[in-house]
Each structure stands twice: as structure tokens, then as C-alpha cells.
Write a protein that binds this ligand. Structure first.
Ligand code: NAD
Length: 308
């Protein structure tokens, strides 16, 4: 019999929850008994303007549908992340889960990208997640419990034309999460990244309608809740989620080539000659293909090279 993943008495902060994916998460957490802080500054896709309506509508929807408590917060994650945590503490007395979901787009080719567009996108996605998680972290440590879900993107993992700013911010969140996962582990704070693809105002003008129809945001929420639950033991991981297809992404190191460090032979020409071996993803007798998850996996490699 599968356990029911309840969030009764848990307090969940979701940024950018006034629409799109965040709204769906907020409703699903509330349905399972959580008290939810619905943060949204209610701006445009590019992050201009603000409006309390976006968050208010979702709070009302939660209260009417599920009869649990929800609190609206209209702060920008970039300007007053501490204020978002304060809303949780003032309204519900604690914080258990942070879902860093708020986001904007300011796409343009790299040649034409203005500094302001680069800075604004990095600020909301990366600095916003940093500031909010930083404000919640001491609470998580004190209570020996916390869950953080950070939102990456296929553009962050693979790159995408016109999104140098967004890609940089999103892959930045992967490194951020991997370090927090290590620092939080002993305090029962687990940190993961999701890489969603879903229908929202971010994608409705760039993905064709016949594909969009399969990309309901409701198909992303189950993993976000799973990663946020107290029973989950998953941390330090990246999950790709789209249209009900869930998979894990990891680093892979080729079996590679260990060069003799003698400067007479360790030359650029030696690399040219051994190139195929450097990028070979098949096991070799003494070098295996590996999937590193921590720095010490790298140290093992250095030790091996030094033995030559
Ligand atoms: P969305 O535009 O519907 O939702 C983003 C929300 O964040 C909006 O309601 C917006 O008002 C809010 N927001 C923006 N800046 C904010 C700020 N400074 N402070 C507080 N709130 C702010 O888009 P979405 O598709 O639901 O995106 C949610 C997250 O998922 C984003 O981080 C996005 O980059 C990521 N993502 C989405 C997709 C997708 O396919 N939809 C793919 C990859 C990643």
C-alpha cells in the first residue's frame, strides 16, 4: 500500500506562484494540507511592473477549494527575500519547504544582448533563489529539516539561441544546488533541481500548439511535491520533467586519457594524437567511465594521474 504524502502542518513558500507552474504547485501543496505562502510580484514576462492580483487570486482559490490557510506575498525575490520568509513566520510560525520558481525572460541574441537584460535575468533566477534560500537556511538548520527545489531549464543544461542570460542563471542554479545539498545534508536539508517543460506564458508563443497540449503544468507538480516531502531521501539531483516523462540527469566523465607529464612528450600534439581517447565514453582497462557527484571523485582522478 503506497503511503499518502501529506503536507499537513508543513509550511511551503513558492515564489512566482501567482501563475504558471507555481500556481499549480501551490494548489497541489494546499490540497495535501500544507499552509502555503503564495509569492508573486505580478509583473510581465520580462519582469516589468507589479500587481498584487496574481498572488491574491491564487490565495483565494486555495482557500475556497481546500479550506486551508494561505498567505499572499508581493515582494520581488530580488528585493526583499527576507520579507517572504517573514510572511511565512508571521502567518504560520515556520518554514519547511522553499520552491524557487519565480522567473522572467529577456531573450535576445548574444550579439544584441544588453547588460540590463543579462543582469535582470540572472538577478531574478539565480540571485533571487540565493537570497530566499539564504533567509530560510538558518530556520532549516535550527529545526533540522528543510527541503529546497530549484528550477533549472533545458536552456541551462544544453544552451538555447537567444538565452545566454537565462542559460547562465539556470545552470548557475545547478552548481548552487549541488553545494547546498552537501552543506545541508547533515541537517536533513535536501536540495534538488528540476528541469521542467510545460505550458505557460513562457512557452505558449514558442512551442507549437500540438506539442503544448501535452505539456500541462499539472504534469510537473508530482515530482516537486515528492522532492519536498519529509519522507524523501533524494538530494543533490537533477530531474527532467515534461509531459509526464520523468528522468534523472547526471554528469558523465569519459574514460579519458592519462598523459605522461614529461614536458618533452606532454604537448598539444600529444593531445591531437590521443583526442579520440580523451573523449571516449567506453571503459578502458584502467580507466572507467564515471559519474562524479563530489569533489573527491575528482581528487581520485588526480591521484591516478600523479601515479604515472
Ligand atoms: P510564468 O511566467 O507563468 O511564471 C513565473 C512567475 O514568476 C510569474 O507569475 C511572475 O510574476 C513571477 N515572478 C517573476 N519575477 C519575480 C520576482 N522578481 N519575484 C517574485 N515573482 C516573480 O512562467 P512558468 O513557465 O510558470 O515558469 C516558472 C519557472 O519554471 C521559471 O523559473 C521558469 O524559468 C522555469 N521553467 C519553465 C519552463 C516551462 O516550460 N514553462 C521550462 C524551463 C524552466
Amino acid at each position: 500500500m503506497t503511503e499518502n504524502l501529506s503536507f499537513k502542518d508543513k509550511v511551503v513558500i513558492i515564489t512566482g506562484a501567482g501563475g504558471g507552474l507555481g500556481r499549480v504547485y501551490a494548489l497541489e501543496f494546499a490540497k495535501r494540507g500544507a499552509n502555503v505562502v503564495v509569492n508573486d510580484l505580478g509583473g510581465s514576462l520580462g519582469g516589468e511592473g507589479h500587481n498584487s492580483r496574481a498572488a491574491d487570486v491564487v490565495v483565494k482559490e486555495i482557500q475556497e477549494k481546500y479550506k486551508v490557510r494561505a498567505a499572499a506575498n508581493y515582494d520581488s525575490v530580488t528585493d526583499n527575500a527576507a520579507g517572504i520568509v517573514k510572511t511565512a513566520i508571521d502567518s504560520f510560525g515556520r518554514v519547511d519547504v522553499v520552491v524557487n520558481n519565480a522567473g522572467i525572460l529577456r531573450d535576445s541574441s548574444f550579439a544584441k544582448m544588453q547588460d540590463a537584460a543579462f543582469d535582470a535575468v540572472v538577478d531574478v533566477h539565480l540571485n533571487g533563489a540565493y537570497k530566499l534560500t539564504k533567509a530560510a537556511w538558518p530556520i532549516f538548520k535550527r529545526q533540522n529539516f528543510g527541503r529546497v527545489v530549484n528550477t533549472c531549464s533545458p536552456a541551462g543544461l544544453y544552451g538555447n539561441f537567444g538565452q545566454a542570460n537565462y542559460s547562465a542563471a539556470k545552470l548557475g542554479l545547478v552548481g548552487f544546488s549541488e553545494t547546498l545539498a552537501k552543506e545541508g545534508y547533515k541537517s536533513n536539508i535536501f536540495v534538488n533541481c528540476i528541469v521542467p517543460l510545460a505550458r505557460s506564458r513562457m512557452t505558449e508563443r514558442i512551442i507549437p500548439p500540438h506539442i503544448l497540449k501535452n505539456l500541462a503544468p499539472e504534469k510537473i507538480a508530482p515530482m516537486v511535491l515528492y522532492l519536498s516531502h519529509e519522507s524523501t531521501k533524494v538530494t543533490n539531483s537533477i530531474f527532467e520533467l515534461a509531459a509526464g516523462y520523468y528522468s534523472q540527469i547526471r554528469w558523465e566523465r569519459s574514460s579519458g586519457q592519462i598523459f605522461n607529464p614529461d614536458p618533452k612528450t606532454f604537448t598539444s600534439e600529444a593531445i591531437l594524437n590521443q583526442w579520440k581517447s580523451v573523449v571516449d565514453y567506453h571503459d578502458k582497462p584502467f580507466n572507467k567511465v564515471t559519474h562524479p557527484i563530489q569533489l573527491s571523485d575528482y581528487n581520485a582522478l588526480i591521484t591516478k594521474a600523479r601515479q604515472l
